[in-house]
Design a protein around this ligand. Structure first.
Ligand SMILES: Nc1ncnc2c1ncn2[C@@H]1O[C@H](COP(=O)(O)OP(=O)(O)OP(=O)(O)O)[C@@H](O)[C@H]1O
Ligand SMILES: [Mg+2]
Length: 252
C-alpha cells in the first residue's frame, strides 16, 4: 500500500505538491490524473525518494522508500523511460539492475519476454523507439517481481497492441494482490484499467474515488467529462483553437 500524507514539495516559489494525501491499496489499480504540471510525476518521485518532501510523508507498505533493503523487490518504478544509458543494450541494462539485487538471468529473460522485447534485447537502448523504450522501462519495473508498481504514463507512446497489453498486465498484477499506481492522460484507457482514480490539480487533491463513482457524479457520464469538470479550475496550460476559442472548457 502506498500512503501519501500531507505531502508538500516546493521548488523556490513553485508549489508542485500542496498538502496532498491519498492511498493506493493492494489488489487495486489506482489511476493518477491531473493536468500538465499538476504534480503527478513529482509525487511519484517523492514516493520513491528521488526528491525530499518540503513537508509530509510518503510510504510504501509502511516504510519510506529509502529505508527499503531491496527496493526492486518491493517497488517497481518507471518514471522516465529515457533514463536508460543509451549505449547499453536492453539486456545489459536489465542485467545491471538484476545484479544489484541478486536477480537471476532467467528472470531477466522472463521480463524481456513479458514485454515483447526478445528481438531487440541485444540492441543499444539509444536506438530504441519511444514505445520500445517504454517497454524496457516496464521490464525494469517488473524485474524484482515487486508487490507495488509505480508507473508514470506507461502507455505513452505504445501502439494499440501495447496499450491493450499494459491494460491486461496491470489488471493481472492487481488481481495478484499487488498495488499499482499509474498516471495517464488517456481517460478512456484509465476508465478501462483503473479501479479508483486520484485526481489532482495544482498539487492539490481534487477527487479520490472509485472510477464508477466519479463518472456517476458527473453530468457528462464519462470519465473524461468528469475529469474536465473537476480540473476546469486547475488547468495551467490551456491551448487555443485556430479560431481563437479555448480548446476545451465549454466550447467543445
Ligand atoms: N526539479 C524541478 N525544479 C523546479 N520545478 C519543478 C521541478 N520538477 C517539477 N517542477 C514543477 O513542479 C510542477 C509539477 O510538475 P510535475 O512534473 O510533477 O507535473 P505532472 O503532473 O507530472 O505533469 P505532466 O502531466 O505534464 O507530466 C510543475 O510546475 C513543474 O514545473
Ligand atoms: Mg509528469
Amino acid at each position: 500500500m502506498i500512503q501519501v500524507e500531507a505531502l508538500t514539495k516546493r521548488y523556490g516559489t513553485t508549489t508542485a505538491v500542496d498538502g496532498l494525501s491519498f492511498s493506493a491499496l493492494p489488489g487495486t489499480v489506482t489511476g493518477f490524473l491531473g493536468p500538465n504540471g499538476a504534480g503527478k510525476s513529482t509525487t511519484m518521485r517523492l514516493i520513491v525518494g528521488l526528491e525530499r518532501p518540503t513537508s509530509g510523508t510518503a510510504t510504501v507498505d509502511g516504510h519510506r522508500y529509502a529505508d527499503l533493503h531491496a527496493p526492486l523487490h518491493s517497488v517497481g518504478v518507471m518514471l522516465d523511460a529515457r533514463s536508460v544509458h543509451p549505449g547499453r543494450t536492453a539486456y545489459r541494462h536489465l542485467l545491471a539492475h538484476a545484479r544489484t539485487h541478486g536477480i537471476s538471468k532467467a528472470r531477466v529473460r522472463e521480463v524481456i519476454e513479458m514485454t515483447g522485447l526478445e528481438s531487440v534485447a541485444r540492441r543499444r537502448a539509444g536506438t530504441f523507439s519511444l514505445g520500445m523504450g517504454q517497454r524496457l522501462g516496464i521490464a525494469t519495473a517488473l524485474l524484482g517481481d515487486p508487490q507495488t508498481l509505480i508507473l508514470d504514463e506507461p502507455v505513452n507512446g505504445l501502439d494499440p497492441d501495447g496499450v491493450l497489453w499494459v491494460r491486461r498486465l496491470v489488471r493481472d498484477l492487481a488481481a495478484e494482490g499487488r498495488t499499482v499506481l499509474l498516471s495517464s492522460h488517456l481517460m478512456h484507457e484509465l476508465a478501462l484499467c483503473a479501479d479508483r482514480v486520484v485526481i489532482i490539480g495544482k498539487g492539490r487533491l481534487l477527487a479520490d474515488a472509485p472510477v464508477q463513482e466519479i463518472v456517476d457524479r458527473s453530468a457528462g457520464g464519462s470519465l473524461e467529462e468528469a475529469y474536465l469538470e473537476l480540473t476546469a479550475g486547475s488547468v495551467e496550460y490551456r491551448g487555443r483553437a485556430a479560431d481563437g476559442n479555448s480548446a476545451s472548457g465549454g466550447s467543445r
